[in-house]
Design a protein around this ligand. Structure first.
Ligand code: SF4
Length: 281
């Protein structure tokens, strides 16, 4: 009999939960609600939002402006300007913790620091932070530090993408410190991310097999899988219950289950049930 241990901190963070609830609420009120891009990187949630009637668009249509929902990971100021100009009603579901990162970045810029964002290139949250200031520097790994920070920059102000890998951010900060410049650092990795990452550093050592639930397009789920795999090679990422393979659990007594911040509870339950079903076979 396999014992299944579900992580205490897994699945939707409060920011994503709030954004999904708001989108469903707005869809009840109006049949003209749009969103610039998918609400989270999870196809099950995307399908649910889609069937509620919220439309996903790439650009804001000029005709028939209705409600524009802004997603949890925030956006650039130009989107607010354009939406206001075109007459949209904005429902802002940007996570308060992301808004705090925007404030920190703007404050650093105002105080004359060159803003450095530790984050993934091309990620929507990072683009939203970058849009708050002029010409920030984005760094995703310690190797990029020397190449990206020009020698003329004397004051560096650092913020971090809310879902960054803590160890990667620490390694980048340490490298930045060796440059010998004045530096101000805001640790803006959010509390839910810290709790998820703390658990994923112990669970793989305490369980024979680890299952990480979430979409392969979700950066934070991918990070959990990477950390788990580095500690326990019997770590497997699945998108739903049907991805579970019997052979993974041969000889295993304990199975740890965790999930990224964009994974809904109902999918975590489905995966747990699929593992339980193997217990009965
Ligand atoms: S991961 Fe953190 S910052 Fe991002 S939406 Fe969730 S709580 Fe907010």
């Amino acid at each position: 009999m396999k014992k299944i241990n579900v992580a205490k901190n897994s699945g939707f963070c409060f920011g994503v939960r709030m954004a999904v609830d708001k989108a469903l609420e707005e869809a009840e009120k109006s049949d003209n609600v749009i969103m610039l891009g998918d609400i989270v990187h999870n196809e099950h949630v995307v399908r649910k939002i889609d069937s509620s009637g919220v439309r996903v668009v790439d650009e804001l249509p000029a005709e028939n402006p209705g409600t524009l929902m802004l997603r949890a990971h925030g956006t650039v100021p130009e989107v607010y300007e354009e939406a206001n100009e075109k007459g949209y009603r904005i429902v802002d579901a940007t996570c308060p913790l992301v808004l705090e990162i925007h404030d920190n970045a703007r404050g650093l810029d105002k105080d004359g620091y060159k803003v450095v964002i530790i984050g993934d290139h091309g990620h929507d949250e990072v683009k939203g932070i970058a849009g708050q200031v002029k010409n920030p520097i984005i760094i995703s790994s310690p190797e990029e530090v020397e190449e990206k920070i020009p020698s003329r920059v004397r004051k560096i102000g650092v913020v971090v993408q809310s879902t960054q890998n803590i160890e990667n951010a620490q390694a980048i900060v340490q490298k930045l410190m060796t440059l010998g410049r004045e530096m101000k650092y805001y640790d803006t990795i959010c509390k839910p991310t810290k709790l998820y990452q703390a658990e994923i550093r112990t669970m793989p050592l305490e369980n024979d097999v680890m299952i990480i639930v979430g979409s392969f397009t979700s950066a934070n789920t991918k990070r959990l899988t990477e950390i788990s795999h580095s500690l326990n090679p019997k770590s497997y990422q699945v998108e739903n219950g049907s991805d579970i393979e019997k052979g993974w659990f041969d000889g295993a007594d304990t199975v740890g289950v965790t999930a990224g911040a964009s994974t809904p509870d109902w999918i975590i339950d489905e995966v747990v049930k699929a593992i339980e079903k193997l217990n009965g076979e």
